[in-house]
Design a protein around this ligand. Structure first.
Ligand code: ZN
Length: 649
């Protein structure tokens, strides 16, 4: 045991020097290696005491079974992505989640390790004294009790446990959805069930899949990332355990919109994956096909535009690396995702999908395509040369390609008190627990009043809780950020001091006009007179929207913001058709594309097909970015999908 710590001492000192050693980090040093070493020692001792032949080899084999064998069984039967092991300790979940914390589960698991150590230690002479007998039976009893509670204590998460925790069940033709009832309205659930079926149909059409009759996909929808972390070990990462026989998705509610289609491609491509884990040996291929079909690396730029905006394209050799296992993790993941996505999209658009499905399991292009890999990459380059790009694509490309790899970050796993509170704050916000959100942001603000980002959220919480005087009192000369100054004007307005609010806004107008940040583009118009300003703030801070018929008096930006709020609040049945009729009378503007998209999605869901068609045809007439055209095409597919179901019934 000493050896492990001696080897580890330099690491320990370096983390101390760089300031990376947290309390959790320190606890890990105690909880992870020590019990493991004692566990190994007690097995070795048992083998010697029992006079087993070649005890060293035997102990080695037992340890191998305990470390690798037990883990493999868990890995191939359980849907979770965290693991505990007596030999190697713990694997907390995907590295993208970054924060490592000592959990009750880890303590409980180490308690089981200690029970095993006691039992193994005493077993050779368990019957010698009464004391030994008592300890043996106690240890056995405790072990039995502990093993019966593995799922409750978060050591394992079988699918049955997930179905108990996410107890509401919604069935569709191809899916079993599990979710928490009080987390979804009926309408929301219906919407998401339909979106599952919609994307399913899109994907099997593109991939020409003959879906097996009666095969059902289980979709586990978590209330939020924190519940997902607790139950299956992955927090912000949505995932699909393709290696399991049962098809399944694991996504937190707030991520559904962004990742459902991507993750569903993973489920469906199991159909042509390899026989060992239903995937491809190349993670680049697995992610490439998902990106190519979902197309959503960016809401503003197409995959091809992102790659095209780069100064040079990846060479055939680099592509070979990107599509091999080792090449994937060494660079920031977004590089390989997007690059592979653009390449796979080229393959799907220019060659039969059969070729791709044949190449997929073993990354075997040479025997699947009629041309060489170099020629494929060359054809892709030629295609990229024809792609038109603008300054927005360049910015997005730069942003995606400059994202730092996890391995380059300083202290990737440390979690400061501030980050902890920030995490807690976001948890309460996502839970819509406004009282606790306020309480947490108060603590955070007290801890760090100089951080303007914290201050901005603190101010927003004050306005949401109608503590206008408190908010106004907090502004000082150091708040020069435009967003804070606009908040100041809003606070004055909400407090009833309209003339001061308007005076401040006029003062800010030159700064708003000259800003090229997109989120300030309509800041002035939203507040251009007291009628619009009032409607906008009432929607934002009081969650109240104007009567649908009163919308006619509002300007376009406020109309769009209140409509977005109505969708967020789930007030759509009557409101959206009326909003549509007002909005479609004015010239449309691609700046509002996100909100138009939401409107069409919900109009179709509510079977207001005529209104949806009106919006679609008006948007069709606008000059659109290439990516918006892709998104509009998808909206048309959604409209046709839902419409064909309505007419079929
Ligand atoms: Zn993926």
């Amino acid at each position: 045991m000493g050896y492990i710590y001696i080897i580890a001492v330099p690491l320990f000192i370096s983390s101390l020097i760089t300031g990376c050693l947290t309390f959790d980090g320190f606890a890990f040093w105690i909880l992870l290696p020590a019990p493991s070493v004692f566990f190994g020692a007690s097995i070795g001792r048992l083998c010697r005491m029992l006079n087993a032949p070649i005890p060293a080899v035997l102990s080695f084999l037992i340890l191998l079974v305990c470390s690798l064998g037990v883990w493999m069984i868990e890995f191939f039967t359980l849907p979770q992505v965290y693991f505990f092991n007596h030999v190697w300790g713990a694997w907390p979940g995907p590295i993208y989640d970054e924060a490592l914390q000592v959990s009750e589960s880890l303590l409980f698991f180490r308690w089981i390790t200690i029970l095993w150590i006691i039992l193994l230690w005493i077993l050779p002479n368990w019957s010698e004294t009464t004391q030994n007998k008592i300890v043996t039976f106690l240890a056995l009893g405790c072990l039995l009790f502990s093993y019966l509670n593995l799922d409750e204590m978060g050591i394992i998460t079988p699918r049955e446990t997930l179905k108990e925790e996410l107890s509401a069940h919604y069935q569709t033709t191809n899916f079993d959805l599990y979710f928490e009832e009080n987390n979804f309205t009926d309408q929301e659930m219906e919407y998401w069930a339909l979106r599952h079926e919609f994307h399913f149909q899109q994907i099997i059409d593109i991939l020409e899949i003959d879906w097996p009759e009666g095969r059902k996909i289980e979709s586990y929808i978590y209330a939020n990332s924190w519940q997902k972390k607790k139950l299956v070990g992955a927090k912000f990462t949505s995932y699909v355990p393709i290696w399991l026989a049962q098809d399944q998705l694991h996504i937190a509610k707030q991520h559904l919109d962004g990742v459902l289609k991507h993750e569903l491609v993973h489920v469906i491509s199991k159909q042509f994956g390899n026989s060992l884990f239903n995937g491809s040996w190349s993670i680049g291929m697995i992610e490439g096909i998902a990106e190519a079909i979902a197309k959503d690396a960016s809401p503003e730029s197409t995959l091809d535009q992102i790659i095209s905006a780069e100064s040079s394209y990846p060479s055939p050799q680099q592509m070979k690396n990107a599509l091999s296992n080792s090449g994937f993790y060494s660079s920031a993941s977004s590089i390989s995702y997007t690059t592979a996505g653009s390449f796979v999209q080229f393959l799907l658009n220019n060659y039969p999908v059969e070729y791709f499905k044949k190449a997929y399991p073993a990354n075997n292009f040479e025997s699947s395509y009629p041309v060489s890999f170099e020629e494929l990459v060359d054809g892709w380059h030629q295609h990229l040369n024809t792609v038109e790009i603008d300054s927005v694509d360049k910015q997005i490309s730069e942003f995606i390609f400059s994202r730092r790899s996890l391995f380059q970050k300083h202290c990737p796993h440390a979690f400061t008190e501030e980050q902890q509170l920030w995490d807690e704050y976001n948890f309460h916000v996502s839970n819509q627990d406004t009282a606790k959100a306020l309480e947490t942001i108060e603590q955070l603000y007290e801890l760090n009043p100089g951080n303007k980002l914290i201050k901005r959220d603190w101010l927003r919480e004050q306005l949401l809780h109608r503590n206008y005087a408190t908010a106004l009192y907090a502004f000082d000369a150091s708040d020069t950020l435009l967003s804070l100054r606009i908040l100041n004007a809003d606070a004055l307005f909400l407090h009833g001091d309209i003339s001061s609010a308007q005076k401040l806004l006029l003062e800010l107008k030159p700064q708003i006009d000259s800003s090229d940040a997109r989120n300030f583009k309509y800041s002035y118009e939203l507040r251009s007179d007291s009628l619009n300003w009032d409607a906008f703030l009432t929607a934002r801070y009081k969650n109240k929207i104007p009567l649908a018929n009163d919308m006619v008096r509002l300007n376009t930006p406020v109309k769009m913001m209140t409509t977005a709020k109505a969708i967020e609040l789930g007030i759509t049945n009557y409101y959206l058709p009326t909003a549509t009729s007002f909005i479609s009378k004015e010239p449309l503007n691609a700046d509002w594309f996100d909100i138009y998209e939401e409107m069409i999605l919900r109009l179709v869901l509510n079977e207001s097909i005529g209104d949806a068609d009106l919006m679609i045809s008006s948007i069709d007439k606008l000059p659109l970015r290439a990516r918006y055209s892709e998104r509009l095409t998808e909206l048309k597919e959604w409209r046709n999908f839902v419409y064909s179901r309505i007419t079929a019934n």
